[in-house]
Design a protein. Sequence first.
Length: 223
Amino acid sequence: MGIGKRIIPRCQCEPSCHRPPLPGSPFCKVHQRRCTRKAPLSGYEPHYNPSEYNKNVGIKESQNCFAYAFHQKALPAHCTKNSCSAPFHQPGMRSGYPKWSDVHGKRCPDLIGRLLGDVPSIRMSTFTKKCPRKMTKAAVVTDEKEDYHFYRQDSNGYWSHKPGSTDVTNKDATGRFIYDPQLASRKYRKSSLNYRNFCGFFCLPARKRIKIQRAGRRTKKRS
């Protein structure tokens, strides 16, 4: 993803393509007009509508990347649209895993185990595999020493995410649209976070209310 402080983007069309993408684009010159490798839609993907989270400060402050990927946007009972200090949803809290402060590092196997514990109906997948009916695709990555991060696929075929309590966005660390989160730039200079570990794609229920749990303190580092 980069060397030192320098961020080196790559084309997101094919894993085998290491050509640099054009300015503002996820694709290189060769794949600019056509990329045959796609992440097929199930037809149940959410629309990309960042104002649902960004418009009200209380909602933006109370929902993190995990909540966003799992379609959570309800305002906690004790919060207002102008302010909220509720702790974020955290993977594994519903299924009884230890708090992140009690474990060392955020490794991919632990993240996947927590997700399956919280939502047993999750199915592991790939970029090119279509999710079953009534399911939609998401992806999880980690900066093993610091943080985890989630992305979700939207109805336009591209991907979006919500870094911490900041705005929902459909851009990667270099400001390019996210066509494949595994190939997108995930190294952030400002926060020093580098989500170098790609843990995998998975399908989750799309229109069924998913129960996940809030717990723990917020991290100060955000993308």
